[in-house]
Design a protein around this ligand. Sequence first.
Ligand code: SF4
Length: 889
Amino acid sequence: MVKPIKTTCPYCGVGCGVLASVDKQGVLSVQGDPDHPANFGRLCSKGSALAETVDHQGRMLHPSIDNKTVDWSTAIHHVAQRLQKIIDEHGRDAVAFYVSGQLLTEDYYVTNKLMKGYIGSANIDTNSRLCMSSPVAAHKRAFGSDTVPCCYEDLERAKLLVLAGSNTAWCHPVLFQRIVTAKKHNPDLTIVVIDPRLTATCDIADLHLPLRPGSDAILFNGLLNYLHQNNETNTFYINQCVDGVDEALASAAASTVSTTVVAEACQLDEALVAEFYRLFARTERVVTVFSQGVNQSSSGTDKVNAIINCHLLTGRIGRPGMGPFSFTGQPNAMGGREVGGLANQLAAHMAIENAQHRDTVKRFWQSPVIAEKEGLKAVDLFAAVGRGEIKALWIMGTNPVVSMPDADSVREALKACEMVVVSDCMQETDTTLLADVLLPAQTWAEKDGMVTNSERRISRQRSSLSAPGDARPDWWIVCQVAQAMGFNDGFSYASAAEIFREHAALSGFENNGQRDFDISVLSTLNDAAYADFQPLQWPLFIDNQSKEITGTPRMFSEGRFFTRNGRAQLIAITPRLPEVSTDETFPLILNTGRVRDQWHTMTRTGKAPHLSEHSPEPFVSIHPSDAARYSVVDGALARVFSRRGEVIVRARVCDTQQTGSVFVPMHWNDQFSSAGRVDALVNPLVDPISGQPEFKQTPVRLSPYQPVWHGFLLSRRKLNMHDIAYWVKATGKDFYRYELAGEQAAQDWSDWSREMLCQSQHDISWVEYLDEATQRYRGVRLVGDRVESCIFIAPTHQLPPRSWLSGLFERQALSEQERASLLSGQPGAGIKDSGAIVCACGNVGLNTITDAIRDQGLNSVEALGDALKAGTNCGSCVPELRVLLKQFQ
Ligand code: SF4
């Protein structure tokens, strides 16, 4: 085993350091980097399973045009010529790029440079528009710059943590673990969770405010009003550093006269509101964390400013343990902001609407043109594609047919587009299937470059494995196309390091302290120093004493902001509830979001057996009273309709969901399910300032889905599901799991199964059982002594658990007892079934945990950890362990 390579996790904005080790056989293993300041050795379930995602199965290996493999030169020249022809005939705004927070900073930099400085259009937007463009807009309104003031250490130094619209436990799990540890060490740390749902994050909450969906600005306006009325205004700070106070207070007072009014508007118990306000008022060291629950809204920018207002009014910003803190969704959302990857930005935190900034960037790049006006933001960009105004679209490292709101319209737009180019690491995604040109990109473990996490910390992502086939770095692909378009001078980079040095130099070009983003001290970094770069938080400077390059953990500590007069701005907020409300036809509100063990559209996490067990199927969470009203049964299938489409998902009836709203995860797509692509239902409404879509407020209705038969199938081979009405695929260890349902029963289930599982092998044997009266069928297909596949069919969704049968796929040979138990789907007497996986890291199942609680008398999470190792790695399952412990108290 060679020395581990220090790299960074490619999933969420926490930006955890990873040690990647490759053994002599080329097999990769990972562990958390104990020296990385984001995670100090921790990894969540997704990070821990990275090694399960690096195989080459399903990878895009070669460029192709119209499904025909071509060489790189042909592909590059084809894309360059088509782009140029469309620009010549229809103008530069007839082409667009849609990029991704998965790109590394160097990839992002050259793509933005090509579009804004050489093609001369700002029609480049990123999928980060979907997750954090509202905080960007709000930061700029309040601070004059897109600056995140806090650092992770503030979470540990705070005395009050407010987690608003953030299921931190599942979406930023390592930060959640840091908070859990901080609370253990400091029992005085108070945690308030503001979320309509009772999420896993509430496990550590001292106070949970299950507010009416979309009413956050009312709650924080009310807080501003309360702070003012109770003389908690920091007058000294306001006088020195803040403008706009009177207007903001007047707006807050007009909309939230008292806690009673706030409580009524937010549908909260008044005592909860009063307690939250008291806690905030009396605690100096308070951090307010916010994420998608606040951002993904048609008034997301106002909501973020309502939060920032409370920190500015009290001067609780720029000091340890305090400030408003946006947790970004993606690994390099922050890097994308640095290079100006959004359609309304220029590079290096300069503003596209600022003529001086445009001139600065153009002179620095020595580019032929510069985009004169902001480009189309994601939702408008795809609408323009649909109208035929954009005739060529290059999508990089993202899957908008799954992730955009009104996703079916996006699909139709791509079908109609003259040229769709997709660079991706995977061959078959819902988006690549619509591409005219496919360009194979390198993926995590192969790429080299920089990423920036939620606390402005720049880290290296380093290559540990060689890339398969013709896969290339994104920056290389973009530069090749740029050169083929005739832009040789601006794109003749020899390495990612060279691009990074230019990016760093631009950040300091004619800056003179006017712009927050300045890493110009890295512009002379040589290749060896780039290779060895250690994580640092921008802005960077040379420390006078040590002469070392030094970062800035906390911003605004001197009360100076990046507005024209250097003062922060309170923004007058008039709260707006969601634009679309429910009615008799669509009486429920759909909220979308993440599950614990999946990432985005599953192109990578969907490959990992450990990550597919916790939530193997898309689902709808629904309160018991709503379930009863709409005849939806726990564990059965349900249809969720909006005005735009329909999904069929498994019902989870639970009182963690408020009445009147339902939750469906965002990850499933047509490669993993027949009808789970939930963003097809979502309204394409956006925040008017930031353009961020409202993913959490779509009116829907529910009804039971009543197929004629239900079933599941486990198979060592991937199978074709095209004729099955309902199917979901999950990756197991050495097998695939398919959940099935159909609207027509087979004439003969035995024939049907044989046809489904057909393969010309000689040493096959079948074990079968059919009860014709009840239409129950069970069949197991054996090759030699091993299970090759099994299929279970029944008229209801009540079927044997999958866990024991799944484990049989790891066996080289079945025992007699296992053979005898096959058709029951359950182990025989004396053999344990570990049950559905709860702890993905330790592979610990539900039955193992409940047996240990019951039989060994284990009564704490720590005891379960000692005995079973459950909850001892990433800790994401700890809230579930606590629920199980409670059931046995
Ligand atoms: Fe990766 Fe998990 Fe860390 Fe996020 S919290 S960066 S997903 S290991």
